[in-house]
Ligand binder design. Structure first.
Ligand SMILES: Cc1cc2nc3c(=O)[nH]c(=O)nc-3n(C[C@H](O)[C@H](O)[C@H](O)COP(=O)(O)OP(=O)(O)OC[C@H]3O[C@@H](n4cnc5c(N)ncnc54)[C@H](O)[C@@H]3O)c2cc1C
Length: 506
């Protein structure tokens, strides 16, 4: 394709957040420029876990089949206290699975990123520039100009109506925009070790993932796909992070579980686990997304997931604005809702991740014993399964119905339909009214709204159970699958549809 002089959207950074944004916006038919200063994908896995909401986004970009070989279900995580006793057990929700996928999975990051890139290569309206660094941006009334420095050749400029900075935790764009990071109060040095373990080593290792909530040295063991095993090991005050990250230092720390005869180190790096969130997520025509907007400790494996939620949230809104599907007046509010929704969600989830971290990381023996006793007392001495998905918050504000209704802001399920297709495969993506047929009379006045109304029979009763549990007959669902509002009667449904019309066309 000849490159446009003005792209709809330019994306800085081709990590998982930037690549997913490019795929979603490209599929929506927008002209997209995406660049990265690196040529290839980052070859060492960082994210190891993700959840069904993210698989649903991967379904939308058409890569589920291609990435299937790199995924396995996440094993339960058992938490052990000071005296080695079980104090908590995190699992998955039971089938039928609400989003159509195994709720928690472990995966190998580099081939998954490659699969997104292959998909993007099929989209002629997405221009990919690798080995180029964006050195600065300048904002104008209707566009943004990026200054681009290639590894070879002369510097150039790229112009776009909107920019998404997905340039990672050290985001130079965030700094250039003068956006500060708010510290949510977590800062600890940890060593992260990935090992390819051989059969002899695997025989020695726990059969579930483990959180060792030991005051002496809190640490995490994760069963990855195949023979990939990860340890996250906290470093003590005064311990030298560089020494710990040498092969000798790392094997010493791993000696509790395995020896060098049991496997090969894939990587070992020391990190500071942080909890940080950008004060603003939008400056003029530039949005922050992914690690550029937030960082959280990896205890629930949510960092990359959050970045993909960011771009799934932003992409349909930018698409609606750029295609003129909303009035000018509504466009500003729609784009501002990105910050309102995602920042609050990130803050809430980060605070929940910190609470999980506080359980794991207690270094005071007496306090740790009190923690163990409390957790056991809370469950009457019998540790019950806590599904990891129960920890994820709903949206609490932004583009939601002003009327409170059960289920508002929650992620709506994706049922399997009779015949085996998943709901999104059959009905595509966009605004959707899912109802049990009892309120059809309310719809007559709203033929102007572009809504899909799934009418196929679901195979496992997932949606009916969802509606029943919330005491409603209909759910108005956004293109990113979050529930705008629910209705228990025709009057409420009419009100919901009026609110949606006003939100898009005022
Ligand atoms: C030890 C560890 C374990 C983790 N475990 C999990 C997990 O289990 N699950 C999970 O969901 N997340 C996890 N995460 C978090 C996850 O890895 C990150 O959140 C995710 O990789 C961030 O993606 P991103 O696209 O926002 O940024 P990045 O992957 O950092 O990508 C940013 C890209 O921008 C490019 N770039 C930067 N500046 C410029 C510029 N000026 N011009 C051009 N290009 C530029 C960079 O080269 C880079 O490719 C973990 C992280 C760590 C460190």
């Amino acid at each position: 394709m000849t490159q446009p002089s003005l792209y709809d959207v330019a994306i800085i950074g081709y990590g998982p957040a930037g690549a997913t944004a490019a795929a979603l916006l490209g599929q929506a038919g927008l002209s997209v420029y995406v660049c990265d200063r690196l040529q290839g994908v980052y070859e060492i896995p960082r994210a190891i876990a993700l959840d069904h909401e993210i698989m649903r986004v991967f379904q939308e970009i058409g890569i589920v089949k291609a990435i299937a070989p790199y995924f396995e279900p996440f094993t339960p995580s058992e938490f052990f206290g000071v005296d080695g006793q079980l104090i908590r057990r995190m699992t998955m929700v039971q089938p039928p699975y609400p989003q159509g996928y195994t709720p928690s999975m472990v995966f190998t990051q580099p081939p998954v990123e490659m699969a997104i890139r292959h998909r993007i290569a099929e989209l002629s309206n997405v221009a990919v520039a690798l080995g180029v660094e964006v050195t600065s941006l300048r904002q104008h009334e209707d566009s943004v100009t990026l200054s681009v420095h290639p590894e070879q050749g002369a510097d150039t400029t790229v112009h776009a109506r909107w920019v998404i900075a997905c340039d990672g935790g050290a985001s130079a764009m965030r700094a250039q925009l003068g956006i500060e990071l708010e510290d949510l109060g977590f800062d600890e040095p940890w060593l992260v070790v990935d090992v390819r373990v051989n059969a002899q080593g695997l025989a020695k290792l726990p059969k579930t993932s483990v959180q060792y909530c030991e005051p002496e040295r809190p640490c995490t063991y994760v069963i990855g796909p195949g023979n990939h095993r990860r340890w996250e090991i906290s470093l003590k005050a005064g311990e030298n992070a560089q020494d710990a990250a040498t092969p000798e230092g790392t094997w010493k720390l791993l000696s509790r579980w395995i020896t060098p005869q049991d496997g090969a180190l894939w990587r070992q790096s020391s990190y500071r686990f942080h909890a940080l969130v950008a004060e603003r997520w939008k400056a003029g025509r530039v949005f922050l997304a992914g690690d550029a907007a937030h960082m959280q400790p990896p205890f629930l494996g949510q960092g990359m997931c959050q970045g993909i939620r960011d771009v799934a949230n932003l992409s349909w809104k930018l698409g609606a604005v750029l295609k003129g599907q909303v009035t000018q007046g509504a466009a500003q509010a729609l784009l501002d809702s990105y910050t309102d929704e995602r920042k609050a969600h990130v803050r809430e989830l980060t605070s929940r991740i910190k609470s999980v971290g506080a359980v794991i990381c207690e270094r005071d023996v007496e306090k740790a014993r009190a923690r163990d006793a409390k957790l056991l007392a809370d469950c009457g001495g019998v540790v019950r399964d806590t599904p990891r998905q129960d920890i994820l918050p709903a949206l609490s504000g932004g583009l939601l119905s002003a009327q409170s209704s059960p289920g508002r802001g929650e992620l709506f399920p994706q049922p399997k339909l009779d015949g085996g297709l998943l709901m999104d495969e059959r009905y595509g993506y966009g605004w959707r009214l899912v109802h049990d047929g009892s309120l059809l009379g309310a719809l007559g006045d709203f033929t102007n709204i572009d809504l899909s109304q799934p009418d196929s029979q679901e195979a496992q009763g997932v949606v009916q159970a969802w509606l029943n549990k919330r005491g409603c007959h209909a759910a108005l669902v956004r293109p990113d699958h979050y529930v705008f509002g629910t209705a228990a009667d025709s009057a409420k449904l009419k009100r919901l549809l009026t609110e949606l019309t006003n939100a898009m066309h005022h």
